[in-house]
Design a protein around this ligand. Structure first.
Ligand SMILES: [Zn+2]
Length: 406
């Protein structure tokens, strides 16, 4: 049984429940959160909080729900720093760079893939992420996709099959054969290892018919659906997400009003990945128009070695405010509850009784500071399922390592 934990003397608590507190973020002043058995049992005034085994004193600072990063690619080997340098010197991004990560990933052992993914997940946790989705997509053979998904399941909360990332080089002259492989043997092997199927429907990746075939086959296998859509060029991805009732359409840099209306009508979450726009010097997705049309917006890191090698949700919040037209309130909501909705999770993304005890104590008086003080470490303590998971010095199982004693 995990001990209970109370976070007390919170100056500003973001609950994300407008019935619990003020405004869309449900802000409460002078608050406490108490977690027992990994689940929140109390949210309210600090002075009336029930006692717990452990107390974290927030000292009048801000506490937010843990970030829900609903789109990452942390299972890979190698890096693409040279490609980044070339891009910053003026070369534009094309999907071809993925092939180099496919080559290094195929050559890496299971242990290397898992160690690399774990390192990135730990890095994400240290910046306030408490739920993370990750994908395959750098294997692109039956065996390499399957072992990528096994590594993903070892370190991530939500696992997505992305065999339809790009057509690998060996199938360049026979795309049809690759799509057949994905919807056949690859999906058979991978569907039991994943909860979701994603398709990169864009210029240089998969077209409308190919994407629809993969989505239909994945739905048949019982997988939830998500898409990389309209990132590099206008295209059919957003409409396809709506037609298939996908949980989320991601990137969405090139949308016309019909695309936005289709996402709104179908209740598809729009997941913006401004870290990719930053690192490819691309036009930013226009979150404002999506919000005005009534679309639920999420933001995610898209952590990957080619186009967005960051695990930092605070960085993504800052970009969403500066460049996607979101207010600081909307960006924090998108990074927490928005991500939960993109993953169709009811148990995370909010700080209310009954939800998972996932939160971050900020070294700041307000959530606004996440965007207002970019590039500064503001995440001070991270709690996941009621346990302190960052900093390591506070983790009970690591006390010996840091000499705190037991
Ligand atoms: Zn991606």
């Amino acid at each position: 049984v995990s001990p209970s934990l109370a976070v007390t003397r919170i100056g500003e608590l973001v609950t994300n429940d407008s019935e619990l507190g003020a405004g869309p973020l449900g802000l409460i002043r002078e608050a406490a959160v108490v977690i027992d058995g990994g689940v929140i049992v109390y949210v309210g005034p600090s002075k009336s909080a029930p006692a717990a085994d452990t107390e974290v004193i927030a000292s009048e600072r801000c506490v937010i729900p843990g970030f829900v990063d609903s789109h990452t690619h942390v299972v890979f080997a190698g890096d693409r720093a040279d490609e980044f340098v070339a891009r910053m010197a003026g070369r534009s991004y094309a999907t071809g760079g993925i092939a180099s990560t496919v080559e290094t990933t195929r050559a890496a052992s299971d242990a290397v893939l898992l160690a690399n993914a774990r390192r990135l997940v730990d890095e994400a946790i240290s910046q306030g992420t408490t739920v993370i989705e990750t994908k395959s997509g750098y294997g692109l053979t039956v065996e390499d996709e399957a072992r990528s998904l096994r590594a993903a399941a070892e370190c991530a909360d939500e696992v997505t099959f992305l065999g339809a990332h790009v057509v690998p080089d060996e199938y360049a002259r026979d795309r049809e054969a690759y799509v057949e492989l994905v919807v056949g043997a690859m999906l058979n092997e991978c569907a039991p290892l994943a909860g979701w199927c994603d398709v990169f429907c864009d210029e240089g990746a998969f077209d409308e018919d190919e994407s629809a075939r993969v989505l239909a086959a994945a739905r048949e296998k019982g997988l939830g659906l998500r898409l990389h859509a309209n990132q590099l060029a206008p295209g059919p991805g957003a409409q396809l997400a709506a037609r298939f009732g996908a949980a989320s359409a991601d990137h969405l840099n090139h949308l016309d009003p019909d695309d936005i209306a289709a996402l709104a009508d179908a209740g598809v979450v729009a997941t913006l990945c401004p870290g990719a726009d930053f690192s490819t010097r691309a036009r930013y997705a226009q979150g404002r128009s999506l919000l005005e049309a009534g679309v639920t917006v999420a933001i995610a890191t898209d952590c990957n070695p080619g186009t967005s090698y960051t695990t930092s949700m605070p960085f993504v919040v800052a970009l969403a405010v500066r460049d996607c037209g979101l207010s600081p309130d909307e960006a924090v909501l998108a990074a927490t509850l928005g991500g939960a909705k993109a993953l169709r999770r009811e148990d995370v993304g909010r700080l209310v009784p009954g939800c998972r005890g996932d939160l971050a104590v900020l070294d700041a008086p307000s959530h606004v500071y996440l965007a207002y003080r970019p590039g500064v470490r503001l995440v001070d303590v991270v709690v996941r399922r009621g346990e302190v998971v960052f900093p390591a010095a506070l983790k009970s199982d690591r006390r010996d390592e840091v000499g705190v004693g037991s």
